[in-house]
Design a protein around this ligand. Structure first.
Ligand code: FEO
Length: 168
């Protein structure tokens, strides 16, 4: 049985992962409309992963005797300044999610819920990977510079997702 405080923060995370999924879906749509099929593919895949994260929380809460309530989701932004802005916002969002996951770990410690503490480690590692892959993309964008060849970048990022290099 989950303790109340643990259940509450896990249910809260369902909404955060659902928002993440919709945010990346909005980014995928923006990329598609602006002529970046590679970035769109990366973002669609990312959106799918976030939905998978959300489902993991739903499944775990219910399995442990809690109630996985599905919250309303805030509308994500639909316009972005440019490709760098898109990935900067992705980075900021992932850092925010990492903090949220750390907060879950802290509550597990407080409540001495070592099963959930162990379960959530998968997300701790996932966040390390997600931040690293986005940081890698931002480094590339930085190298390309403002007037660089985004056509090639867009083609490259498609390959990164396929080869697992930018998996998140
Ligand atoms: Fe589910 Fe990208 O954190």
């Amino acid at each position: 049985m989950l303790k109340e405080k643990v259940e509450k923060i896990l249910v809260n995370q369902i909404g955060k992962e659902a928002y993440s999924s919709n945010l990346y879906l909005a980014m995928a749509s923006w990329a598609e409309c602006n002529g970046y099929p590679g970035i769109a593919q990366w973002m669609y895949a990312q959106s799918g992963e976030e939905r998978m994260h959300m489902l993991k929380f739903v499944g775990y809460i219910n399995e442990r005797g809690g109630k996985a309530v599905i919250p309303a989701i805030e509308e994500p932004p639909s316009a972005f300044k440019n490709v760098t802005d898109l990935f900067k916002q992705t980075m900021e969002h992932e850092q925010y999610i990492s903090e949220a996951i750390n907060e879950i770990v802290a509550v597990c410690n407080e409540e001495k819920d070592f099963s959930t503490h162990q379960w959530v480690q998968w997300f701790v590692n996932e966040q390390i990977e997600e931040e690293a892959s986005v940081s890698n993309i931002l480094d590339r964008l930085n190298l390309i510079g403002d007037n660089g060849n985004l056509y090639l970048f867009d083609r490259d990022i498609m390959g990164m997702r396929n080869s697992g290099g930018a998996e998140a």
